[in-house]
Write a protein that binds this ligand. Sequence first.
Ligand code: PLP
Length: 391
Amino acid sequence: MINENAYTLGTKRSCIRELFEYGRARAAVVGADKVYDYSLGNPSIPAPAEVNETVAALLQDTDPLALHGYTSAVGDLATRQAIADDLNARYNANAKPGDFFITCGAAPGLCAVFGALSVPNAEILAVAPFFPEYRPFAESAGFAFRMVAPDIPDFQINLEALEEAITANTQAVIINSPNNPSGTVYSRETLTALGAILTEKSEKFRHPIYIISDEPYRELSYDGTEVPFIPGIYKNTVVCYSYSKSLSLPGERIGYVYVPASAQDAPALLAAVAGSARRMGHVCAPSLWQKVIARCTHLRPDLISYDKNRRTLYDGLVNAGYKVAKPAGAFYLFVEAPGGDANAFSEKAKAKDLLVVPGDDFGCPGYFRLCYCVSYRQIVESLPIFAELIK
Ligand code: PLP
């Protein structure tokens, strides 16, 4: 017999993947330059040159056994030290190497944290709009997954809805800023208010309600927008970080979980993260990439081309009559679907080889997502199609 839940997850593609595969098939028929694919968040700026130079240097100057061998499950000490040093320099975090668990990206980090916090009857709140994979990750860990209604039209946090959704079983709230799919960056004010609510509710229910802060886009913000360091605002925060987007390394699978020492039960929580990762077959994160990160924590993405795309697409859509949340971070635009039905709009767009993702799976029907880490040409050539579609 086969596990039904696993079979369903393995055979039913996400809406994003479905569109992406459709786009590839269409490209084979009409040509790649005639398909305007805004479906998938694959970075379109290369990794900084220093990353490749570091790989080359490591291949030259490191003992191959050490370079390619297993590391300890939590990750190389030098890698954890470098990450701690970077967070301390930037945010005065007071982080130590012992606060980190190095992962194969944000996704397994999230799964490890979910597994660590899942207790009988546990509930997790996800602030809409949210990354759709949170649901299968959390439910597989045993959580009841609850959505917090979106804060329309600004896509900060709907604090009233959040407060109402918290129960005695709420173990954690998962947030993601800069946000996929809205591109919103949660303000310090929003996060401070969130922290106050969680502090009060944690006292009321006599157990910590953690923030799980999913931060693959932390370094992707525009116009000087501040991306606040959340453990500095709310102490019971667990950070899941990834280099997939900040260094354009999504295929290399490298990131970390950070449990600040100031978080309640931090040592036990970090041990449970390690145990939960072990249950999923984690042995260690890729050794070569751990060593690259140990030398590259100071690197930041060059956002010029994303920013140009962001401005051109946003201005073009607004001029055409679309209502768009002004994105301050990540590489997504979230757009109100003309007529209110994002699925119908996505189908109409698809007929013109324009691929946009309806917001339903993000917990926000009536909107669609555009991932603008695409060529500038695609943006310029697709704007007339958007203009035609809104007529
Ligand atoms: N969280 C969010 C919000 C994402 O957008 C993504 C990937 O697109 C992930 C997590 C997973 O990132 P990783 O490649 O580090 O597993």
